[in-house]
Design a protein around this ligand. Sequence first.
Ligand SMILES: *[C@@H]1O[C@H](CO)[C@@H](O)[C@H](O)[C@H]1NC(C)=O
Ligand SMILES: *[C@@H]1O[C@H](CO)[C@@H](O)[C@H](O)[C@H]1NC(C)=O
Length: 362
Amino acid sequence: MSVIVTRVVVLVVATTVLWLNNETQVAEASDGTGDDEVIRINKHTIRCILVLGDSSVDPGNNNRLPTTTKSNFIPYGIDFFHGRPSGRFCNGRLATDYLAEAFGYTDSVRAFLDPAITKKDLLHGVSFASAGSGYDELTANLSSVIPMWKQLEYLRHYKIHLRNLVGTQEAEEIIRNNTLFVVSAGTNDFLLNYYSDSTRSKQYSIEQYMNYLISRMRTVIKTMRSLGARKVVVVGVPPLGCMPIVRTLRNVEKCDIESNKLAFRFSSKIRRESKMLGRWTLFLDINTIILNAIQNPKRYGFVETLKGCCGSGTYEYGEMCKGMSICSDRTKYVFWDAVHPSQNMYKIIADSALELLLKHTF
Ligand SMILES: *[C@@H]1O[C@H](CO)[C@@H](O)[C@H](O)[C@H]1NC(C)=O
Ligand SMILES: *[C@@H]1O[C@H](CO)[C@@H](O)[C@H](O)[C@H]1NC(C)=O
């Protein structure tokens, strides 16, 4: 059953099958999670994308905050529209920008705190994400950035704006039927919190801390559902041991095996939890996607998989990258700085996400 349904809802309870065109085929049976509907999306089902998380999905909310966790300066943004730094921790666009583009309404997802945001931007989605944030509130506090509860608060504000634009019923319908939610966080809870600050490591073993993060994640996603979310993509964590900065800190030649094991374990927990929440949440395994690119660089046009493009490529990111020289061909790098993927890597992640989304039945 690979055929895609356009704006067709199959009510499993009533076993009513509606179809609008001959592309449509029978929907899959209920997975028994108690959800009352099964929806398969195509590009046109999604008109809006709403995003929560960290620097992997922050298009510049931190520009508005009193924090040093920023990237609104060159060389960041050198491949963004007009070569303009936007606050994205990348040379160009993020995976969520490419996803939004694939849905056909906008070429990038705007930052909710951007004062230049338009009505059209609001209709087609925004990001509440904040670089440096995590599932643990303490992680956001350590960098003076936006914690998850506050991002959810912004989502509530967003809904008020949307209601004012299109009316209450239409707003609810857009959120329920036509909006893809993306949540991408977790990396900073380990790198900037558990392994950098002693508060949590005194309180929790690493296993306990992972479970704590998962319980925070569950609360975030359930809150999103209570606000109307019915299509949620939960992104795993990348292979932390391959990040240039981790390789430098651990003084290893290739990827650090221990850190990668940890990232794999945490990603598996995210996968399990998203399965348990039900079909309306879909896990995106960026751990595997990024490892794949690092292990088969040629297939993706990459040459440099270990170093970032900015500065020495071994430790610089954020403020430390400011005004730094960069590599000669950034299209050949998996990493843009010592932490963050390059635009080309994000494009590959977006392509995988899209493929997964088109196969999935929410
Ligand atoms: C984060 O900061 C806020 C405001 O200062 C505080 O109320 C909260 O308890 C802090 N959270 C954690 C987990 O430290
Ligand atoms: C939105 O989804 C609901 C079921 O969740 C359905 O009853 C309704 O007809 C849908 N609206 C549109 C405009 O497709």
